[in-house]
Design a protein around this ligand. Structure first.
Ligand SMILES: [Zn+2]
Ligand SMILES: [Zn+2]
Length: 339
């Protein structure tokens, strides 16, 4: 299966957790947390549609300045999602600069503050010196915070001595092109396949698109091409979980939205030998991260935000995650945080 999302753990397992997700066939991407990072090119930041902040401890938020510096001149808007308090924190950042020469800039930033059952939405624009241009509050059903043709985004409010969001990015369904269905119909694969996918994701089944054929080109309806060439399978999902206490409440809240994530990025800050440290600071140990991954039935698991003290013991972190994950995956396997 050709994936639709290409996630990258920008800083690797150590240091600030930053996950960049490219949405394939769209010039769009998402960023999950933005502490200190260097491994993203300006062109990658320019395609950002949204920045999803777990919480505003410095190691998760300081890089927003760098994002802003790179995209300031672009026309496409940016959305910032974050937990309780994100509106004031993001506006403070924006307002800490001088904007007397920004009147020609079209950038609009929408800040979405995720709260239980509702979301505060605040719009602000560069050409208004990042003054607030509108405020509203919308109700929120379940964990959903965004819904579009290519992906949905869920946010789960968790506890980390402060409210902290875990995010789940999901593809509504996955389109698989049946390559061996081309020959008998005279179709030649080409860029029109991307157009076909875009129409199917958007539900535009009556559109006619130009298909390359051995005889030249042909106009064919999307619904017919879908029947002839496409099978749909469950969509890809990516979960981002960091800086959380290993509490029964946090685990219960994650279970629905993050269940069965194909790729789970999860903090493994300490080895379990420092579980008391982890509990005092609202962090997970590697063993707890593995246990949560097993309980969620996650596919691939990527430990991240590992404390720099373990820079030469990453093998032990990974081994602890894997062992706990295997144990929790077994029927009747260990659950709970009293590991
Ligand atoms: Zn934190
Ligand atoms: Zn952190």
């Amino acid at each position: 299966m050709r994936p639709s999302f290409l996630p990258r753990l920008v800083n690797g397992p150590l240091f600030d957790p930053v996950v960049y997700v490219r949405i394939l066939n769209e010039r769009k991407s998402l960023l999950f947390d933005c502490g200190h990072f260097e491994g993203l090119a300006p062109r990658e930041l320019l395609s950002l549609e949204a920045v999803c902040i777990s919480h505003t401890h410095m190691d998760h938020f300081m890089g927003l300045d760098r994002v802003l510096r790179t995209i300031l001149h672009r026309d496409q808007p940016l959305t910032i999602y974050g937990p309780e308090g994100i509106t004031g924190k993001a506006l403070s950042k924006l307002r800490s600069y001088t904007w007397n020469l920004s009147s020609g800039y079209a950038l609009e930033i929408t800040i979405c503050e995720v709260l239980p059952g509702r979301m505060h939405i605040t719009r602000t624009r560069a050409d208004a010196g990042f003054d607030v241009t509108s405020r509203s509050t919308v109700p929120r059903e379940g964990a959903r915070i965004s819904e579009g043709p290519r992906y949905t985004l869920d946010a789960v409010i968790l506890e980390h001595t402060v409210p902290c969001l875990a995010y789940v990015l999901k593809e509504p369904f996955h389109l698989n092109i049946l390559k061996n269905a081309f020959a008998g119909r005279g179709y030649i694969p080409g860029a029109w396949l991307d157009t076909l996918k875009a129409h199917i994701f958007a539900g535009r089944m009556d559109e006619l698109i130009t298909v390359s054929t051995h005889g030249g080109t042909e106009k064919v309806r999307v619904s017919r091409l879908k029947e002839e060439l496409v099978i749909t399978t469950p969509g890809q999902s990516v979960a981002f979980v960091t800086d959380i206490s290993c509490s029964p409440e946090n685990i219960a809240a994650l279970k629905g939205p993050a269940h069965g994530a194909d790729m789970l990025f999860i903090e493994a800050y300490y080895l379990h030998e420092l579980k008391d440290h982890a509990a005092a600071r609202g962090h997970l140990t590697a063993r707890q991260a593995g246990m949560i991954a097993g309980m969620l039935g996650a596919g691939q698991v990527f430990p991240m935000h590992v404390s720099p003290r373990y820079h030469d013991r990453l093998g032990e972190i990974r081994a602890e995650v894997e062992a706990a994950r295997r144990e929790a995956s077994e029927p009747g396997g260990s659950t709970g945080c009293t590991l």
